[in-house]
Design a protein around this ligand. Structure first.
Ligand SMILES: *[C@@H]1O[C@H](CO)[C@@H](O)[C@H](O)[C@H]1NC(C)=O
Ligand SMILES: *[C@@H]1O[C@H](CO)[C@@H](O)[C@H](O)[C@H]1NC(C)=O
Ligand SMILES: *[C@@H]1O[C@H](CO)[C@@H](O)[C@H](O)[C@H]1NC(C)=O
Ligand SMILES: *[C@@H]1O[C@H](CO)[C@@H](O)[C@H](O)[C@H]1NC(C)=O
Ligand SMILES: *[C@@H]1O[C@H](CO)[C@@H](O)[C@H](O)[C@H]1NC(C)=O
Ligand SMILES: *[C@@H]1O[C@H](CO)[C@@H](O)[C@H](O)[C@H]1NC(C)=O
Length: 862
């Protein structure tokens, strides 16, 4: 009686549920009863549930209970929803750590850090974000409590205090899930938040490491940490109920800031966890810093949860100016008898050790191929070989596609200094990167003829090398997710160093260190900066709101020029949709004498356009100040491809067509301690291709006293009526009945659908063609249907990732009205009617939905 989801793989195409949820599991938000009261009521009503978690630690954040329905029927769900004790029933969303795209874990790297000679205040990421200057003022986070919601923390690590409990750096914490948790099974909590994945220990070190051996410290090394472990081992997924529990406990433990490098595709802010985050921010006054995701490759409109929560601080990431890399060595043997030593590092999955692999290194024009034009047609069977290609000249994904097209899943990419450092890929591929000298070394071996092969050792020699990142240093990483949200609010707010970050890893790895990349690493950096801010405010007895922090971080950030990841910087500012305010400037954030009362000026689309938005400037300095306001334009980015509804992957097309902005007054004088209001009006850029959903933006620069100090408020808007934009992926043939049904109409019907933009509601209704009288339900005054496919309507659907669809296999039952049990239909001829609600559409009127009718098919009882 339940929905079957079919996972089909076609090359790298994959299918997934519309939303990544735990099948059959729900959170009931309750009032006027307890979790036990709820569970009793379920028992008495004959609804069999297995209890997951009780979420009643603080009713002002969330009062509820999570459970698995033994029979996940619409009827059971509707019955529960109808109880007056139930405020809302949420499906349980699955989240991931804002997953590292690049991981280098090596046992003894601690030993070689010192050789790199990075004294505390010149640690490159700290210099990049202005932390070095704040630390020089004596701020170190002393007295501030930072909650790390992650894979736990290895508190035995000497750089993280060497112990757990009062008096230690990791003073409090809890394991909400147990080691076997995978996001889909039942959590088994315990008291020990020891990290097994390594991710949380890395994140914790970015905030608070103190390693006296190597002069290595985090952003705010004297904070105390709370370790809230929400992932099992391996760390592959956590859920709303677990995250709500962890956040609630962090509040109870007195956290001053909560940091979560965790995300899931979303953008609506409607899942249970983002709802709780909003209450923690708004009702408890605790800033929540959340990774904005690593889906930059997907282009615009790809905000994630819970960075999408109202009030959350969403964090994007910037590539490093100086790249540390831990190289391992391996010997390449030529069949001619010669050999050469190469240095490489693991970028995604490690090559299996101890096995002999043949290398496939096609030479084009005297160089090892870059793979951009595909691999040579005569490559033969390379599925067991390692494909060697040079980096650069095209997106990394093109190289991966070139290899996987030929069935190869192992890639050795030879670096060149001008190529991207970002290696976001879809699919299961082993990738290592070899030092640039490898090109010449392999060419020399190849010139002697024959084949090349390599073996990787378990414990090879290692070296830590640093190089200047000439290609993308200091730019937003191509992997950093873009906004806006599905309600046209901007995420991320601010960015921080997140590419190739060296930090602590588990002590089982010999007190080692690891290099990881992603918004996971930028998030704790911002949390550390917030801790420094709170330390200073506390010393001045000043109460700080989360809004003040969010606004301060966003408006003191440095707007960055665009970089496409493959070549030197462009000469225009990157879109606000990509960078928010831009790169964090910790010093300006903490020491600015001017503050404003808004993080963004969000003008919405042309239909809901705000003709003017006002904000307030407050002079917190000791003297009267003069302010000059000007506007600075960022690039306008198109969401979709030309003449197409399909979103563009990175980099989207950008045009230098700007909004015209008027600021009134643009010159004002404000006395110490006083505030004045300013009104900003924009006229969206003209001459744009509106159906491509242009997102424009820029900054209102507020220069104080001849620019000794300045703030920038980012503004943004959408230069089209978003309700007119197509949300269904009609262009690539969706929705569709799967081909077997088209050829053989009596097969079990499978409907595939996909979204090019998010849709708040997707319906799949069933119409009886052979017996029109059976269609006794009328929807939207438009269609007579026999009922809906169980599981539909589906709410708060994110945009589908590129090349993914959702497949629904129909079992011949329908739900007449939401909440009733599915009933089997008689054998006969049927068709589906699919509907998807447009963005900003009203869900009660059929007019605001896209509609598609399937071909007829036969349902026969088997
Ligand atoms: C910060 O921690 C260091 C190392 O534990 C310690 O020496 C220093 O006194 C601490 N700072 C303050 C203000 O307590
Ligand atoms: C989380 O990430 C891991 C590793 O990348 C992956 O195997 C897993 O499928 C992901 N889980 C979800 C829910 O996205
Ligand atoms: C844009 O307008 C829609 C429709 O009124 C509203 O739901 C949404 O919150 C608005 N977004 C912003 C950023 O103002
Ligand atoms: C888009 O359509 C216009 C008008 O039909 C045409 O001139 C243009 O070449 C098309 N662009 C692309 C990329 O197909
Ligand atoms: C701004 O106003 C101040 C004080 O009225 C005046 O001295 C200054 O010349 C003005 N600046 C500009 C650029 O208009
Ligand atoms: C449907 O519309 C109502 C009223 O505007 C709104 O409260 C609700 O959140 C909407 N639900 C969806 C799934 O869009």
């Amino acid at each position: 009686m339940h929905l079957k989801t079919v996972f089909g793989f076609v090359g790298l195409l994959s299918s997934a549920l519309a939303r990544d949820v735990v099948p059959g599991a729900y959170i009931a938000e309750i009032k006027g009863t307890t979790a036990n009261g709820f569970l009793n009521k379920a028992r008495v009503s004959g609804i069999k549930v297995s209890h997951r978690m009780t979420l009643d630690q603080d009713a002002s954040i969330f009062n509820g209970v999570s459970f698995k329905l033994e029979e996940d029927t619409p009827e059971n769900r509707a019955k529960i929803s109808s109880w007056r004790e139930v405020v809302k029933l949420f499906p349980i969303q699955i989240y991931n750590s804002t997953a590292p795209m690049t991981e280098q874990v090596v046992e003894d790297v601690g030993k070689i850090i010192k050789r790199s000679n990075w004294p505390v205040d010149s640690y490159p990421p700290h210099v990049q974000g202005g932390v070095d200057k704040v630390r020089a003022e004596g701020l170190d986070g002393q007295g501030i409590k930072v909650a790390i919601v992650d894979t736990g923390i290895d508190y035995t690590h000497p750089s993280l205090g060497g112990g757990f409990g009062p008096g230690f750096k990791v003073a409090v914490g809890y394991d909400f899930v147990g080691d076997s948790y995978n996001g889909r099974n039942t959590p088994v909590p315990d008291n020990d938040p020891m990290d097994c994945g390594g991710h949380g220990t890395h994140v914790a070190g970015i905030v608070a490491a103190i390693d006296t051996r190597f002069d290595f410290t985090g952003v705010a090394p004297n904070v105390t940490l709370g370790a809230y472990k929400v992932f099992g081992c391996p760390s592959i997924g956590t859920t709303d109920d677990v995250l709500i529990s962890a956040f609630t406990r962090a509040v109870a433990d007195g956290a001053d800031v909560i940091s979560a490098s965790v995300s899931s595709s979303g953008g609506w802010g409607e899942y249970a966890w983002p709802q709780a985050v909003t209450r923690i921010v708004e009702d408890h006054g605790i800033p929540c810093v959340i990774g904005a995701g690593n889906s930059g490759s997907q282009g615009l409109f790809y905000a994630s949860s819970a960075a999408d929560a109202v009030g959350a601080i969403g964090v994007g990431y910037v590539d490093p100016l100086i790249v540390p890399r831990i190289y391992q060595t391996a010997t390449v043997f030529a069949s001619s008898g010669q050999n050469a030593l190469i240095s490489y590092y693991t970028a995604t999955l490690r090559f299996p050790v101890g096995q002999l692999f043949e290398l496939y290194a096609p030479v084009v024009d005297g160089q090892i191929s870059d793979g951009c034009a595909g691999l040579p047609a005569d490559s033969g069977d390379i599925s067991q070989k390692i494909v060697v290609m040079r980096a650069g000249n095209c997106p990394f994904q093109d190289k991966v596609d070139a290899a996987t097209e030929k069935g190869a899943l192992k890639i050795l990419l030879i670096e060149d200094l001008s190529s991207t450092f970002s290696m976001a890929i879809d699919g299961f591929v082993y990738v290592s990167r070899a030092a640039s000298e490898t090109n010449a070394a392999l060419l020399a071996l190849l010139s002697s003829g024959g084949t090349l092969s390599v073996t990787f050792q378990a414990n090879p020699d290692i070296t830590l090398k640093t190089s200047n990142n000439l290609a993308t240093g200091g730019s937003i990483s191509t992997g950093s997710s873009w906004g806006p949200t599905n309600r046209l609010y901007q995420r991320p707010h601010v960015c921080a160093p997140g590419g190739f970050v060296l930090s602590t890893s588990r002590s089982a790895l010999n007190q080692g260190y690891a290099i990881l990349s992603g918004s996971s690493m930028a998030t704790p950096y911002i949390s550390g900066v917030v801790a420094l801010y709170l330390q200073k405010a506390r010393a001045q007895n000043r109460i700080v709101t989360p809004a003040e922090i969010r606004i301060g971080l966003t408006t003191t950030a440095k707007a960055l020029v665009f970089n496409d990841g493959t070549s030197a910087n462009f000469n225009f500012l990157a879109p606000v949709a990509q960078q928010g305010g831009g790169m964090v400037d910790a010093y300006k954030f903490i020491y600015s004498n001017t503050v404003v009362d808004t993080d963004f000026l969000e003008f919405n689309d042309t239909q809901n356009f705000h003709a003017s938005i006002s904000f307030k400037i407050t002079n917190r300095g000791a003297a009267t100040a003069n302010y000059q306001l000007t506007s600075i334009a960022g690039a306008t980015a198109y969401t979709t491809m030309e003449n197409s509804t399909i979103p563009q992957t990175f980099p989207p097309t950008m045009v230098q067509s700007y909004a015209s902005v008027s600021i009134d007054p643009s010159n004002l004088t404000i006395k110490s301690g006083q505030s004045k209001r300013v009104v900003v009006r924009v006229v969206p850029p003209i001459g744009l291709d509106a159906p491509r959903i242009p997102v424009y933006g820029g900054w209102i620069k507020i220069a104080r006293d001849a620019d000794q100090d300045n703030l920038k408020i980012p503004y943004m808007g959408i230069a089209t009526k978003i309700k007119d934009a197509t949300v269904t992926n009609f262009e690539q043939g969706y929705p569709k009945l799967t081909s077997s049904l088209v050829n053989n109409p009596t097969d079990q019907p499978v409907l595939a659908w996909g979204l090019v933009l998010a849709s708040g509601t997707v319906r799949i209704d069933v119409v009886s063609v052979s017996d029109p009288a059976a269609n006794d339900v009328r929807i939207f005054n438009a269609d007579n249907i026999i009922g809906s496919v169980p599981g539909y309507p589906s709410y708060w659907n994110p945009r589908s990732p590129q090349d993914q669809d959702t497949q629904v296999s129909w079992d011949g039952t329908v739900v007449k009205y939401e909440g009733l049990s599915p009933v089997a239909v008689p054998a006969g001829t049927y068709k589906f009617i699919y509907r998807a609600l447009k963005m900003n559409g009203r869900n009660e009127t059929g007019r605001d939905y896209e509609r598609w009718v399937s071909p007829n098919f036969v349902w026969s009882l088997s």
